[in-house]
Design a binder for this molecule. Structure first.
Ligand code: ADP
Ligand code: MG
Length: 263
C-alpha cells in the first residue's frame, strides 16, 4: 500500500467503521475481481458496514428481550397446528400492529405453541427495529407488587412501559390477588396507546374476570386491551404430548389406560 492507503485501516478505525476495516482487503479484492467502478466499490464497502451494524443491533435487542428460549417462525410446524392460519401469523410477524401500538392476545390450552409464537413474533419485532421485553406474567406481577411494597412502583411502571413491545407470557395460570390485579391494570393503563402488548393465556377472554378475581378490573383491562387488538386462538392437543405419543412414551388418550406424565 502507498502512503495514503497505509493509513486507511487506522482512519476507518477512528471513524468506527470496523467491519469495513476488518474486511478491507477481501472487499477490495472482490471489487477488483468484479471490475467495479468507484461508486460501486464504495457501495460494497458501505453495505458490509451496514449489514454488520444491523446484525449487532439485532443481537443486542435479542439479549435485552430476555426470551426464555430460541424459537422462530421457520421452526413452527403449521401442519401440526391446523387451528392456525399461517397467513395471519405471517401478517402479524410483519409487526404493523406493533407500529400502531395494538395488542395481540394468543390464547389456547397448554403446550400448543403460545410461547413459541410469542418468542418468534418478538424476534421479528426486533428485526423490524422495535425494542422488546419478554416477561412471564407471574414475574412481572411479583415485581410490581414488590415495587409497591418498597415504594418504587413508579420506577417499575416506567421500566415496563419502556419497550415498544412488552410480551406477557402465561397470564392466568393462577388467579391474581386483588392488589396484583389492580397493579396489572395500572401497567396496562400506562402502556395503553403508547406501546404494544402481546399477552398469552391459557384462559379465554370470557374467563378474565376469574383470572383477575374482579369483574370490574377485568372489564377495565379488557376495554383497553381489546380496543385495538388482534386475537389468535389455538386449539388442539399439546405439541409436547403429541411428540411423546409419537415416540411411544405415552399411549393415545383413546386407548385403555389414561394418559400419564406431564408436558
Ligand atoms: P404453550 O406456551 O402454548 O404452553 P409452548 O410454546 O411452550 O406451548 O410449546 C411447547 C413446546 O412445543 C415448545 O418447545 C414449542 O417450541 C413446541 N411446539 C409447540 N407447537 C409447535 C409447533 N406447531 N411446531 C413446532 N414446535 C411446537
Ligand atoms: Mg407457554
Amino acid at each position: 500500500m502507498s502512503g495514503v492507503t497505509a493509513a486507511l485501516p487506522e482512519m476507518l478505525g477512528r471513524l468506527k467503521l470496523t467491519a469495513m476495516r476488518d474486511r478491507l482487503d477481501s472487499l477490495l479484492d472482490d471489487a477488483a475481481r468484479r471490475e467495479m467502478t468507484l461508486p460501486e466499490t464504495l457501495a460494497l464497502l458501505c453495505e458490509a458496514e451496514v449489514a454488520h451494524r444491523e446484525e449487532r443491533r439485532i443481537q443486542m435487542g435479542l439479549g435485552i428481550a430476555k426470551f426464555p428460549f430460541v424459537r422462530t417462525l421457520e421452526s413452527f410446524d403449521f401442519a401440526a397446528q391446523r387451528s392456525l392460519d399461517p397467513k395471519q401469523i405471517r401478517d402479524l410477524s410483519a409487526c404493523r400492529w406493533v407500529a400502531n401500538g395494538d395488542t395481540l392476545l394468543i390464547q389456547g390450552p397448554p403446550g400448543v405453541g403460545k410461547t413459541h409464537l410469542s418468542v418468534a413474533i418478538g424476534r421479528e419485532a426486533i428485526r423490524n427495529g422495535y425494542s422488546v421485553l419478554f416477561t412471564p406474567a407471574m414475574a412481572l406481577i411479583t415485581a410490581l407488587v414488590k415495587g409497591q411494597a418498597e415504594g418504587r412502583l413508579e420506577d417499575k411502571l416506567i421500566r415496563s412501559a419502556k419497550p415498544k413491545l412488552l410480551i406477557i407470557d402465561e397470564l392466568g395460570y393462577l388467579p391474581l390477588e386483588p392488589q396484583a390485579a389492580h397493579l396489572f391494570f395500572a401497567l396496562v393503563s400506562r402502556r395503553y396507546e403508547r406501546g404494544s402488548m402481546l399477552v398469552t393465556s391459557n384462559r379465554s377472554i370470557g374467563e378474565w374476570g376469574m383470572i383477575l378475581n374482579d369483574q370490574v378490573v377485568a372489564t377495565a383491562i379488557l376495554d383497553r386491551l381489546l380496543h385495538h387488538s388482534h386475537v389468535v386462538t389455538i386449539r388442539g392437543d399439546s405439541y409436547r404430548l403429541r411428540e411423546k405419543r409419537r415416540s411411544g412414551l405415552l399411549k393415545r388418550s383413546n386407548e385403555a389406560d389414561p394418559v400419564v406424565g406431564t408436558a
